[in-house]
Design a protein around this ligand. Structure first.
Ligand code: EPZ
Length: 416
């Protein structure tokens, strides 16, 4: 296992190019199952979750090829099985369910268990696909799904679910007739998936709103598609500029998708501005704590909660962070406390009281974004911070230590 060793206290300056979005790339790669011809993708980040997805697509009968920053997926004779060994390493594997049912009418996909941040059931995915004509059984931990031909339906989600909306959007693209998704997720990654499907000939309207309308088609045509840049990676680097008192220019930064994050950082006292070259973030004076509640898009993203909490640890005053999406997404708190953070958890909220300094410590990443928060804290802390279990970070941040080192961070990867 690798760890990151960080010597904090250097203001980061320079420019960073934002990578392609993990959470847009995953559903888009799975949607290749809906096609029959090879489809070519650009701007796919080089991450562990992407490697897992390509491995799973290979097991499902697709040939995947990397060439000069492009990934080509050629769907072959499709096989219906997503094994537990892969699903347990990446819950997003369940996104193959909708496309498999739409293309071949059956699927055997391991039921994802809970993970560090919450129970994360997939009942909304199954409920929607049932309304479209699929039947499910649970057998030895596997979801067995069958259908003749999926048909359109009106589906109202109990809550806006990103993965649920994506699974049903993909299924509806090839279903017979009209599907309406109500209370759909409005996240930019859902919009990127819809845009890809539309480029392939799918008839979709309303993406980015809570009512998505899909008219099924018989087949989709292949295109070449560039995945959107990663708003959460970009947001993490904005915080890196703030927490180190530096100045960073983020190239390829999806500024519109980051509005709620940028507004909070500005409330805290950071200067964040869109320029023709990218988004410029700097921190010229002491920051102040704010209150943050995570919400579905366009609200403040749960995937940025841990990072802004790290920033608040070193801001003036006190602020409350409320997590309203996942029930257990505060695993980074005890680790930030080990670095000197003054944070108290009470149920779904935490109270952060800013301190003057954090001190380097040995800490452990418990999940992807919690791990990112520890790296951010380490960049600002006095002395050496060692973040272990960084395989969590490798799932979602492409070359994080190289990108940070290029803007001045003293950070290196070591074997534990
Ligand atoms: C996506 O997860 C992201 N993952 C997560 O990114 C992100 O935190 C999350 O959306 C929320 O924005 C990918 O895109 C691959 P949900 P997803 O379905 O789709 C409940 C990261 O760090 N729910 O929108 O799994 C669920 O438990 C991560 O990159 C049900 O109850 O999230 C949660 O409380 C981790 N039943 C809420 O809805 C369901 O059937 C939102 O979950 C589905 C969801």
């Amino acid at each position: 296992m690798d760890k990151l060793v960080i010597e904090g206290g250097v203001p980061l300056t320079g420019s960073i190019e934002v990578s392609g979005s993990k959470n847009a790339a995953l559903p888009i790669l799975f949607s290749s199952i809906l096609l029959t011809d090879p489809v070519c993708f650009r701007n796919i980040p080089n991450l562990r979750d992407i490697h897992t997805t390509l491995k799973l697509l290979g097991m499902l009968g697709c040939a995947c090829e990397h060439q000069k920053g492009r990934i080509t997926v050629t769907p072959g004779n499709l096989l219906p099985e997503a094994p537990y060994d892969l699903v347990r390493t990446m819950r997003a594997s369940v996104l193959c369910l909708g496309p498999l049912l739409a293309r071949i009418g059956h699927a055997r996909v391991a039921l994802p268990g809970g993970c560090a941040i919450g129970a994360r059931p997939v009942d909304q995915h199954l409920k929607g696909l049932e309304l479209m004509g699929a039947r499910f059984e649970l057998e030895k931990g596997y979801i067995l799904g069958r259908c003749r031909k999926l048909h359109g339906a009106r589906i109202t989600f109990d809550m806006p679910t990103v993965g649920g909306t994506e699974n049903l959007l993909m299924a509806a693209a090839l279903a017979e007739g009209e599907t309406i998704l109500e209370n759909a997720a409005r996240e930019p990654e859902v919009v990127d998936l819809a845009n890809f499907l539309i480029a392939c000939g799918a008839r979709i309207e309303g993406q980015g709103t809570s009512r998505i309308h899909v008219m099924g088609t018989n087949g989709l045509r292949s295109v070449e598609y560039a995945v959107m840049p990663d708003r959460i990676e970009a947001g993490t680097f904005l915080v890196a500029a703030g927490i180190t008192g530096g100045e960073l220019l983020l190239r390829q930064c999806p500024v519109n998708a980051l509005e709620s994050v940028i507004l909070k950082l500005q409330d805290m006292g950071m200067v964040v501005s869109a320029t023709p070259a990218g988004v410029l973030a700097k921190c010229a004076r002491p920051l102040r704590c704010v209150d943050v509640t995570t919400k579905p898009y366009p609200g403040f993203p749960t995937d940025m909660q841990a990072q802004i909490m790290a920033l608040m640890c070193l801001a003036e005053g006190a602020g409350v962070v409320e997590e309203s999406i996942f029930e257990n997404r505060f695993m980074h708190v005890p680790e930030l406390v080990r670095m000197g953070g003054n944070i108290r958890i009470s149920g779904h909220t935490v109270m952060v009281r800013g301190v003057r300094h954090l001190t380097g410590a040995q800490v452990m990443a418990s999940d992807l974004r919690g791990g990112a928060a520890l790296v951010l804290a380490g960049l600002a802390a006095g002395g050496i911070t060692e973040v272990s279990r960084i395989y969590h970070l490798d799932r979602g941040y492409e070359g994080i230590e190289d990108k940070l080192a290029a803007v001045g961070a003293r950070i290196r990867r070591e074997k534990e």
